[in-house]
Write a protein that binds this ligand. Structure first.
Ligand SMILES: NC(=O)c1ccc[n+]([C@@H]2O[C@H](COP(=O)([O-])OP(=O)(O)OC[C@H]3O[C@@H](n4cnc5c(N)ncnc54)[C@H](O)[C@@H]3O)[C@@H](O)[C@H]2O)c1
Length: 344
């Protein structure tokens, strides 16, 4: 993308938002990061990401809650972005079982703020995060955007699916050009401490047992962060337009007569949890003590992405094998946490 553009990135203190903002700012693109830096997980990690971002002269930061539509809209109007990349959300499946209101606030009210801001301060493209969890009770794999996804099994997933439907409405009514990305377990350096790979590395390093759900028989598409950022940056210059082939008599959920698209963004290579753990053990040079547990409510046994559409749109082709990605995560984890332990 050209470096005269201005990009607003929500969730910039978060894992994916940090990486996207860093990549764009490193190219000299003016980036406004937005985040409320909430304490869902380690705030020090979020602040450390922001410190990294502040080293780029073209990065600015606004600390605000996207559910506060006045505050957000003021920043949006002043910055006048060409593109909005919306990655702020209350993430996590398990947390949604006990904290449902956090999801309604950030993911529904917050998302409405973003849509309204894009309606009144038009941008060339709104890219927003959805999730593989929208496939919910679907069992046909690989998951395809062209399959219906109407049976979410967690409130988190329901809010993400709702975002897609809300985006369609704004694309249809107000011409907001919106692309939703269904992420499949993104991992890598500066990752999220609530996710299994992070907890595994932490526990094994500290000599604690790890909880392995469904006896390690679950399958996940682990997508390395740099591959995700490559795709997002490539998509910026590919806003959707109305699909002339859309047939309202046989509506395809992935596309529309409005400027609206949905893409899976996964690695297209499912990995069994037990093999994933073996990869972490190799990277750490240490064996895990495993506590085998049943499936958790709201969890799904297998997620695996069909990425043909994203490949066709922007040549998406994930490059990072799991062994390499995990090794890079472990290197970062050791440098970040072991160094911090010394200086704190
Ligand atoms: N990481 C993954 O594997 C994955 C998978 C599927 C979907 N997603 C989605 O991708 C997006 C980014 O995920 P992530 O892994 O970077 O998560 P993250 O939790 O690291 O980042 C989200 C950021 O949003 C901020 N935030 C939350 N609510 C906010 C609010 N109301 N106002 C302002 N800021 C707020 C948080 O402080 C956080 O820094 C999210 O929408 C998430 O649901 C991620």
């Amino acid at each position: 993308m050209s470096d005269t553009r201005r990009v607003l990135v929500t969730g910039a203190a978060g894992f994916i938002g940090f990486h996207v903002a860093a990549r764009l700012a490193a190219q000299g693109i003016e980036v406004l990061g937005v985040d409320n830096v909430n304490d869902y997980y380690d705030v020090a990690l979020k602040e450390a990401r922001l410190s990294e971002l502040r080293q780029h002269p073209s990065f600015r930061f606004a600390r605000l809650d996207i559910a506060d539509s006045e505050a957000f809209t003021r920043e949006m109007a002043a910055f006048a972005p060409d593109v909005v990349i919306h990655l702020a959300a209350q993430a996590g499946v398990r947390y949604s079982l006990d904290h449902p209101h956090a999801y309604v606030r950030s993911n529904l009210s917050g998302f409405l703020t973003i849509l309204e801001a894009c309606r009144h301060h038009p941008v060339s493209h709104l890219i927003y995060a959805s999730s593989s969890s929208v496939y919910g009770a679907n069992e046909k794999v690989p998951f395809s955007e062209h399959d219906r996804a109407d049976h979410p099994v967690s409130l988190y997933a329901a809010t993400k699916r709702a975002n897609e439907l809300m985006a369609h409405t704004y694309a249809h009514l107000f011409g907001v050009r919106a692309t939703g990305l269904r992420f499949f377990t993104v991992y890598g350096p500066w990752g999220r401490p609530d996710m299994a790979y992070f907890k595994f590395v932490q526990a094994i390093t500290e000599g604690r047992p790890i909880d392995v759900y469904n006896n390690g028989e679950m399958e996940r598409d682990f997508t390395y962060i740099d591959d995700v950022v490559d795709a997002i940056v490539a998509l910026v210059d590919h806003p959707p337009s109305a699909d002339p082939t859309f047939d309202p008599n046989r509506p395809d959920p992935a596309t529309a007569a409005a400027p609206f698209r949905i893409y899976n963004i996964g690695n297209h290579t499912p990995v069994r949890l037990r093999d994933f753990i073996a990869t972490i053990e190799t990277a750490l040079g240490r064996k895990a003590e495993q506590r085998l547990l049943p499936m958790q409510p709201g969890d799904v046994p297998a997620t695996y992405a069909d990425v043909d559409d994203l490949s066709a749109a922007v040549g998406f082709s994930p490059k990072t094998p799991i062994q390499e990605g995990i090794r890079r995560f472990v290197d970062w984890y050791r440098a970040f946490y072991l160094q911090e332990a010394v200086t704190r």
